[in-house]
Design a protein around this ligand. Structure first.
Ligand code: C2E
Ligand code: MG
Ligand code: MG
Ligand code: MG
Length: 288
């Protein structure tokens, strides 16, 4: 067992914190083993054109297939993997899988809808990130426009000059940058003004959990913010759309695209490929 400095160090923490530390440490170890054993995979949730109903793109969302726990969603492990830095290797694996998926879909059809991946702030600020992406898409011969990058709005505040440089560099190489979870932070308007992303994602899950009146106020904000974003030429994807009322509201304020349980849940890759094929067959000529 471990002695000396280690014990002294932990004497500063209460035993709950010690337990939490050990549990997190163990989770990261389990994650590394699971990665070697191929237990992480992207699910994909489709995004639809609100006006035509056409399937236009997808978002890759990591899932951990554990023999005991079943299918584990990212909320239960990503925060720990972000703290330990393991997220970078996990995301590398997810992006490889997404490139393979893009190759598979491109081989089946003349046109392939883009898929977005979520990027942790840790990696977005890594100066090698863009070159790593270029190497990746070159290796698979995938056009950069097919691999979209989602960066959560709250990550934008960290370091504006570095952020602007990263976004510009990615865009100059043909990648598309999406601002995820737009409207969730307190700096949405300045982000909109300062950061020239290609698209924004509004999360409807932020609506209406703040007690009486909150939903109306938030709707009021969306009514103002969506036309503002559109005047900047930014397409808008609403995610977390669960009800027909939400969809009608989004349509009324000029939102372009929707993603949510109302339309489809995140699904295994094979199901997504089949859905894309069926959608293309149902709307011939829709995508060239
Ligand atoms: P996000 O990027 O904002 O992804 C959207 C989340 O909303 C997903 O949760 C999705 O399953 C969920 N969602 C979609 N439609 C609905 C709906 O109608 N109702 C509700 N209640 N939820 C809906 P998920 O898959 O649990 O992912 C949670 C977050 O974890 C993501 O939020 C993203 O920030 C992060 N994440 C997921 N996959 C990855 C990944 O591969 N890498 C990184 N770095 N982060 C990821
Ligand atoms: Mg996302
Ligand atoms: Mg997110
Ligand atoms: Mg989001």
């Amino acid at each position: 067992s471990v002695k000396g400095d280690y014990n002294t160090h932990f004497a500063l923490y209460d035993s709950d914190m010690h337990q939490t530390f050990l549990a997190n440490h163990e989770l990261v170890g389990e994650g590394e083993r699971a990665l070697r054993e191929g237990r992480f995979e992207p699910f994909v949730q489709p995004v639809f054109d609100l006006a035509t109903g056409a399937l236009v793109s997808g978002e890759a969302l990591v899932r951990w297939r554990d023999p005991q726990k079943g299918l584990v969603p990212p909320g239960q492990f990503l925060p720990f993997f972000e703290n330990s830095g393991f997220i970078i290797r996990l995301d590398g694996h997810i992006r490889e899988a997404v490139c393979q998926l893009l190759v598979q879909m491109s081989e089946q059809r003349s046109s392939c809808p883009p898929v977005s991946v979520n990027v942790s702030r840790l990696e977005f600020y890594d100066p090698r990130f863009c070159q790593n992406l270029i190497d990746l898409v070159s290796r698979y011969n995938v056009p950069p426009s097919l691999l979209r990058l989602e960066i959560t709005e709250s990550a934008y505040a960290d370091n504006l000059p570095q952020l602007l440089e990263a976004v510009a560099q990615l865009q100059s190489h043909g990648f598309t940058v999406l601002m995820d979870d737009f409207g969730a932070g307190y700096s949405s308007l300045s982000m909109l003004r300062d950061v020239p992303v290609d698209m924004i994602k509004l999360d409807m899950r932020f609506l209406g959990d703040g007690g009486a009146g909150a939903q109306e106020r938030e709707k009021g904000i969306l009514k103002a913010i969506v036309p503002m974003a559109k005047s900047l030429g930014l397409p808008i994807i609403a995610e977390g759309v669960e009800t027909a009322d939400q969809a009608a509201f989004l349509k009324s304020i000029g939102c372009d695209y929707v993603q949510g349980f109302l339309y489809a849940r995140p699904m295994p890759r094979d199901e997504y490929v089949a859905l894309v094929a069926a959608a293309a067959a149902a709307t011939p000529g829709e995508r060239g």
